[in-house]
Design a protein around this ligand. Structure first.
Ligand SMILES: [Zn+2]
Length: 489
């Protein structure tokens, strides 16, 4: 049968073969396009990409006319948290919302012993019409909870390694704990990614092998290295820009769940915990930003192959949380009432910051855009991520598209933005043979777009259809998935 991208929903069984006919294939390496190309998909993989492919006889084939449509690899949200959403219904809603926006894969940025076990046993039981997890850590390292001392940090890294974690994620630790955990992770052959602890020597962390820095720090994490007065920006390790976490008086078995609950409350908007001293440091970071130092830092990241995941939409929704555009965003209809209540409550709290603090947060965001541009100029490898599932005003799927817009606003080219969601994730994960391009051998996770994404970032939003694991979702199917998510919430 031949169907257009607007065709109605189909039965859920997968056809043997999917033939996407007369598409314009976008080369994510250089942005070149090849019109009139057919893409043949079998068993969830791309098997052929060339003009004039005939659907094999004797097989159940679905043929899609993609004339006028642009084929790109499925988008990947490289900083997301859907898997630890509870109940499972919320998790599945988030995974489906990702897919319905063209996001076929994601890097899960927080795990747990339970999640690692379920994955190893094959009992995760995720919906097939949702985004696929690409990589997952254990529980994030937090001082004083599961990484109170260097020894405990090392022990936690070993446990997570034994439990099958793909990498180690650091959230909030002291520099001593950070470096001890980093050394141990590297010794075990695991990469370590995450937040830079306050007062840390960024150059040292990068040089030893931190694989990715999230959220540009966060806070002023990177700005002390881009300041003409670094000492005025860099907090000392104990000085704190946020209130310190207190260790709960319980033993380890309950720790994961406790961390989970604590983190959930904190993550809606961590900027809410900014102390007046930290606001002052942000002010100085804004005022003493030095673009030649930013360039030097960028060169360092390039030399060390230290990746950046700016998650600008996350940074923006934290630092400009009271922008009415967020509270009025149409995608909020997908979220459930308790979540929206949490987000509004956190925003009401944010609005109580004095005007001068909010101006500083806003101006720091302008610097963060500038820094992102400087990194791109210097060739720092970067990934697109939204920090969705937990972060305030950050709706699964829709928020990655908002991230595209912010990256465009920072001055990145449309091709670069596309790469940050497709080719770069494959390079980062070492899976270039199975994803990141539209070529034979790659997983059949694809997006069909109505306009050339290399011409304009705006065109990345023009999703006409999605293919996930070889299964075709028309625009009607995608709308149905979104509506179901809204109704099920
Ligand atoms: Zn995160």
């Amino acid at each position: 049968m031949t169907t257009s991208p607007q065709s109605p929903a189909r039965e859920s069984a997968r056809d043997d073969v999917l033939l996407v006919r007369s598409a314009t294939v976008v080369n994510t390496r250089d942005g070149s396009v090849t019109p009139g190309t057919d893409v043949l998909v079998r068993d969830g993989r791309i098997t052929e990409v060339r003009p004039g492919i005939e659907a094999p006889e004797r097989l159940r084939a679905r043929v899609v006319d993609a004339k006028g449509l642009f084929v790109v690899p499925g988008y990947n949200d490289m900083h997301a948290h859907p898997l630890d959403q509870l109940p499972a219904r919320s998790r599945d809603r988030d995974l489906r919302l990702l897919l319905a926006h063209g996001v076929t894969g994601f890097r899960q940025m927080s795990g747990s012993a339970g999640l690692l076990r379920a994955r190893a046993e094959g009992t995760l039981d995720l919906p097939s019409d949702g985004a696929r997890p690409l990589s997952m850590p254990g529980t994030v390292l937090v001082t004083p909870l599961n990484a109170g001392s260097p020894e405990q940090g090392v022990a936690t890294v070993r446990q997570q390694h034994a439990a099958g974690a793909d990498f180690i994620k650091v959230a909030m630790t002291t520099p001593e704990v950070f470096f001890a955990a980093q050394q141990e992770a590297l010794r075990l052959g695991l990469t370590i990614v995450g937040h830079l602890p306050q007062g840390i020597d960024v150059v040292r962390a990068s040089g030893i092998g931190m694989k990715s820095v999230e959220h540009l720090g966060p806070g002023v994490g990177l700005f002390a290295c881009c300041s003409s007065a670094p000492a005025a920006v860099q907090p000392d390790a104990d000085g704190g820009g946020e209130d310190k976490l207190k260790a709960p008086p319980v033993k380890l078995p309950f720790m994961d769940r406790l961390i989970d609950r604590m983190v959930k409350r904190l993550v809606v908007n961590p900027v809410n915990r900014t102390t007046p001293q930290a606001v002052d440091r942000m002010r100085r970071a804004v005022d003493t930003y030095d673009s030649s130092m930013a360039h030097t830092l960028a060169r360092r990241f390039v030399d060390d192959n230290t990746w950046q995941v700016p998650t600008l939409i996350r940074v923006k929704t934290q630092q400009i949380a009271d922008d009415p555009a967020f509270a009025e965003a149409p995608e909020l209809r997908h979220m459930d009432a308790p979540t929206l209540k949490r987000w509004r409550k956190a925003t009401a709290r944010f609005a109580r910051f004095p005007e001068s603090a909010r101006v500083t947060f806003r101006e720091l965001y302008d610097r963060q855009l500038q820094l992102t541009h400087a990194f791109d100029d210097a060739g720092v490898p970067m990934l697109a991520g939204s920090d969705t599932s937990g972060a305030g005003w950050v709706v699964p799927g829709a928020s990655l598209h908002r991230e595209f817009d912010e990256l465009g606003r920072a001055g990145l080219s449309p091709l670069r933005v596309l790469q940050m969601a497709t080719l770069r994730p494959a390079e980062f994960l070492g899976t270039i043979d199975t994803m990141g391009t539209v070529e034979p051998g790659r997983l059949a996770d694809l997006v069909l777009l109505r306009a050339n994404p290399v011409d304009d970032v705006e065109n990345l939003h023009a999703v006409a259809a999605v293919i996930r694991d070889g299964r075709y979702y028309s625009e009607t199917d995608l709308t149905a998935i979104k509506n179901r998510a809204t109704n099920d919430r």
